[in-house]
Design a protein. Structure first.
Length: 262
């Protein structure tokens, strides 16, 4: 069974023009083209389109998506990773919906707002225990204070910078370059600078301290290489870099940068 380009555009909530563009750049080829020139898509093409739309939803650009699809040929395995992330987002959004609904009802009815419930699902502290266990309570407290003190525009700019860094890592990992290449090392440098902007991290402490003892540099090196290992070991972080293979590339690049510069 296959579907026409118009049917797929309607079902997927996209446009025929977008699907034709995906065909032109080789991202999504139709399974066949009719004698009238119409494009038709079979089940495999629909699976490919679903993956494309999921990756677009993560903010990835089309060139990066093309590389990810080429690198991750096992669609079922890739979609399983997406599903895990979507379930986490579903739970978070459900808690946000319940929280906002309670607030609306309280405001309309003149009732008492329960502060403990108002921000359920808005939690940026989901890694609190892990951060405190790895780097201490002070590191978490300083980072938390820094984040809460940001304006909405500053938070948006930070998220955009983080997203761009992730996209560049994925492009490098799928682009056939070596982790110790000049291009990869330039991204590693940006990554360490990005970490330096987060108060409470060893990189930020080292940057802000004048005349730091040699032990501080050793701690920074250990921190950067340890993060690389964590990116590979924890699927939540690996997703930011296109999966386990992309995370392994980031780990190796950060290790090479740390050995040479930290």
């Amino acid at each position: 069974m296959d579907w026409s380009i118009q049917e797929i555009a309607r079902i997927a909530g996209t446009t025929s023009r977008t699907l034709r563009h995906y065909d032109d750049i080789g991202l999504l080829k139709p399974s066949r083209t009719g004698h009238n020139g119409y494009r038709y898509y079979n089940q495999a093409a629909l699976v490919q389109l679903q993956r494309i739309l999921l990756l677009r939803g993560l903010g990835l650009g089309l060139p990066v998506i093309s590389q990810v699809l080429e690198d991750q040929t096992d669609a079922a395995k890739a979609l399983t990773g997406h599903l895990d992330w979507l379930k986490q987002e579903q739970d978070r959004l459900a808690r946000q919906v319940a929280s906002v609904t309670q607030t609306i009802e309280a405001v309309k009815g003149g009732g008492e707002i329960m502060a403990e419930d108002m921000f359920n699902g808005f939690d940026h502290t989901q890694y609190k225990d892990e951060v405190e266990e790895r780097w201490g309570k002070d590191a978490y407290a300083r980072g938390d204070s820094w984040w809460r003190g940001m304006s909405a525009d500053e938070k948006a700019a930070w998220k955009q910078r983080s997203q761009k860094l992730g996209e560049d890592w994925i492009a490098a990992a799928t682009g056939g370059i070596a982790p110790d290449s000049a291009e990869a090392q330039a991204i590693a440098k940006r990554h360490v600078e990005w970490l330096t902007g987060i108060p409470g991290t060893p990189t930020a402490d080292a940057a802000g301290a004048s005349g730091s003892p040699s032990g501080s540099k050793a701690h920074v090196k250990e921190y950067v290489t340890g993060l690389g290992e964590m990116y590979v070991a924890d699927p939540r972080f690996a997703r930011n870099y296109g999966g386990a293979e992309g995370a392994a590339f980031v780990r190796d690049a950060l290790k090479a940068y740390a050995e040479a510069n930290l």
